[in-house]
Write a protein of this length. Sequence first.
Lengths: 289, 540, 311
Amino acid sequence: MLAPVSRARRFVANRAAVAGAILVVVLVAIAVLAPWLGKDPLSHDIEHGLTQLGAPLAPSEDALLGTDHLGRDVWARLAAGASTSLAIAALATALALALGLTIGLVAGYAGGWIDDVLMRTVDLVLSFPVLLLAILLAALLREAGLASSMAPVVLTLAVVSWTTMARVIRGKAMTLARSEYVTAARALGASPVRIIVRHILPNVIGVLIVVIALGFAQNLLAEAALSYLGLGPPPPAPTWGRMLYEGRVFYRTAPHLVLAPGLAILLAVVAFHLVAGGVRDAFDPKERR
Amino acid sequence: MRALAFALALVACNAPDRGPRWKPAGATTPRAGGTLRFAVPDSIRTLDPTIAYDEVSFFAMQSMFATLVGYGRDSLVLTPELAERWEVADGGTTYRFWLRPGITYSTGEPIVAADFKFALERALTTPDSPFGPFLSDVAGVEAVLAGTTRDCAGIVAVSDRELVIRLARPAPAFLYVLALKFATPQRADHVTAAGAQIRIRPLASGPYELASWDEGVRIVLRKNPRYWDPARGHLATIEMLENVPRDTQFLMFERGELDAAARLLSPDYLWITSQPAWQPYIHQRAPMMAQGSRINVRVKPFDDRRVRQALNYAVHKDHQLKLLNGSAVASHGLLAPGMVGRDTELAPYPYDPAKARALLAEAGYPDGFRAEYTIIPDPEVEMLAMSIQSDLAAVGVHLEIATMSFATYGIAIGKPAGPALGYYAWVGDLPDPTNFLDAKFHSRMISDENSSNDSFYANPELDALLDAARTDVDPVSRAATYRRAERVLYDDAPWIWGFHRLSTEVTQPYVRDYEPHPIWLRDFTYAWLDVGDDGNPVPR
Amino acid sequence: MIGSAVRRLGWSLLVIWFVVSATFAMTMAIPADPGKTLLGPHASTEAIERVRAQYCLDRGFVGRYGCWIERVAHGDLGESYRTRRPVTAILADRIGPTVQLGLAAIFLQLVLGVPLGILAAVRRGRWPDHAANAVSLIGQSAPTFVVGTLLLYVFAYRFGWFPISGHGTGGWDRVHHLVLPAMTLATVGVAYYAQIVRSELVDVLGEDYIRTARAKGLSERAVVLRHALRSALGPLVTLIGLDLGVLLGGAVVTEFIFAWPGLGREVLLAILEVDLPLILGVVLVSAIAIALANLLVDLAHLWLDPRLRDR
């Protein structure tokens, strides 16, 4: 196992990864500072925020990124969208992680029939056509009376994304479970939980971070896709996906309504991919290019 | 590939000339032949006129099926179609029709009076048919609905060319019912032979017949040479593409891949209405519809009339109209402009948040209250809902927006325990107040499972007015009664009254003689293509 | 070999049954019924009840499930709530376009992604590698509908090189309509394939037997194509299998944008309008497609790597 110091150094040496990390920090900063960054993202301004005939306003001095079809400031919504979109993706990723990590660790450590059963379960869930499952769940949860909250979207994303995490973590846990440390610990009579927590978990961190970053990116894209199909968070939630959904018909006359959230999503996803790549390369030099 | 696409996109962002690419060739008389193509955003469900009840199926059907009477080109007045003339007698309870001589189906069999009788009885005896209730005034329906007989005593085919329909009571709206497509003549042997395939095997009596139907993709109709009226059926074929998203439809129209477009999205609507070159080819019409927010008046706090009125005063209608780019008219009730019985003096509720707050305080809600507002997942509906949300928040009523699929919403609001407040749009089948006011606000339309009166509004005064007007054969007193009914509903406010949407359609310059049908809009049976002798449109 | 295959087949069947049953269970929670959808707002309660009975909706959960299983066993997938058209007929119509689109996308992914990966590997560290990586990254990060809308706007609307929507009338017209949707679908796949090929090649190109081949005097191209690429075959096969499953399940967003009449668009419409028989039908087909794809991938791996047989 490599010392943490050289891992961090290798990450920092990777320029792309650093760029990605900086971008992530900037995004999080925007998300956190959103309430102070511009006008109210939720207040419509039908009187002055639209042209006389009711069309969105183009970017100008007043509104850096223009207004949307309800007269709301696009920059303010973009910033607020950062916090909402990132929060949804984070929550979904956290839920998925809770499930995926537990199952992955247990399956990897226990091996044998436990591993078989758990991985078969993962296979079963993966056998659902992913987008289909997402759409169905989103529609179902919406009908189930949670129509006015974020819960349907978050749950859907979590259910769809925990499987990859479980698989990857299980793979790593399996390798670790065969190591000398674990064999020794087992011989000394340590309980499985203790072994998992003390020996396996710390060494899974690298893979974990990669999986979290990639899962995050995937959930951002998935939320955008669900919103585009009309199954995302309910109004007036200012997520980037919803901004795309509401603005997509204006892509010829008011392209800023699509470019702003579209580029935001693109940059965020790219950033997390770069970070994931950097962490993976830092933790496992054999795979380094 | 990515960078290239981006660069191209930037280059392409400079708008080219988007004016009409063609012009009319200049013919003075209708030219026969050619294909007209248009698109719709949904699928056709069925071509069985006894069953079809959705807008898109109507678009396909209206060219194929003719009825006894039809609507004039640009008016709501009924004109003879398959019936050459008719008579109303016995205080409005007997309708006698004489069919035109020599009318046949596209297959050549003659259309006879018995075919109309069969079609109407089919609506009564087919479990899936939504049209049974429309015939409730015909004498003898009870026996048919009870299942004791298939023969409706009130409908009599006196001879091959003479049809008599007797009503149990006078019903001035009845003639409109016969203009609905389910009343198109049908042959018993054809229906029996087709069996379950009847939904794809229409027997055409109209200007067009079915050429082919690739379900969910495209339907092609071709001219029915046996149709009686030479003024209709100039086009050789009509093609309707299904499931084309609204924005894609407009792109295709601009490129000339479609000859007509409708239901334009906001940016497309704004763009084309601002182009002088396109002006002559834009057709606007106020269809029989009303949009607003439906209220379940049994649920607190909406059971208090003052609260409902307050909501009406709180909504800023000008904002709603601006969001719709001016393609709507604010409403004071359900009846659309041009309808019989509409009170043209009555103005919509003015925007008066102070008055709204006062009314709320009077009703015992000085600090407002919280409620849920249910909508369907449509961006336009959401937009209007958010505007309402902020208007109501300004007077202390805090709404949370809940979204429900269209199918589930329709079922949920029919139950008393369903959503209490939400988006609603009512499209009429006929231009008569019975189809609007009775259906939505008469107390006999209330039921616990599937209430047509989904406001659960019961007012004996209104019931009495509607009952009287329903059978009143004197048009003047009938209209006066309906006006009084409108006022009652205005004051009682079982809805937050919204607006009547205008429909905007646009056609290529070479499409001549097109008028949106007064009820069902996209009717191309009179249209023809003013193209060059080679069959191609003449470039501008 | 046979034993493994049979075991995997058995598992596939179980998976299909599970997926469809789970979907059935989920749809039970949605209070949709065809009554009002078919009969409109004027319908009487009795009429609606009659329609519900026809669809077995008047029974409890187990009753409905049993009713459905029995019908499926007879090859009857019921009728669509909206149109009353047999679901089997709808699926038969929609499978063709989806298969065409899926295969076209996979073809593009191989034809564009593999060379891109090879280029990145052999020019590792230099600018073609970086460019290829950037392309890969953006390809995986751009939302499908943004790519699709962009392609539609630029190449179909602005330049007019391709038709704007629909799936044409067969033959070359069909191919013409296929290009843009297939490119949209292939975007993410090209990126993945390129990445996989590149990483496999980079691994392999440092191996001993490659050095031996070079020492023997084989040209670089022969070395790469004949020896190195073979090691990438395994992961590529897995990816293709995954793709087959996913794409045959219907590319929902792409089909929606281009009005491509495939399973994806059909299921989206079905879900939005809560057309339960159709939803179940499409899920069944998708599950079969994925199971089939997984089965094929497993068999391909067994064949490619004899060490895996009959453990």
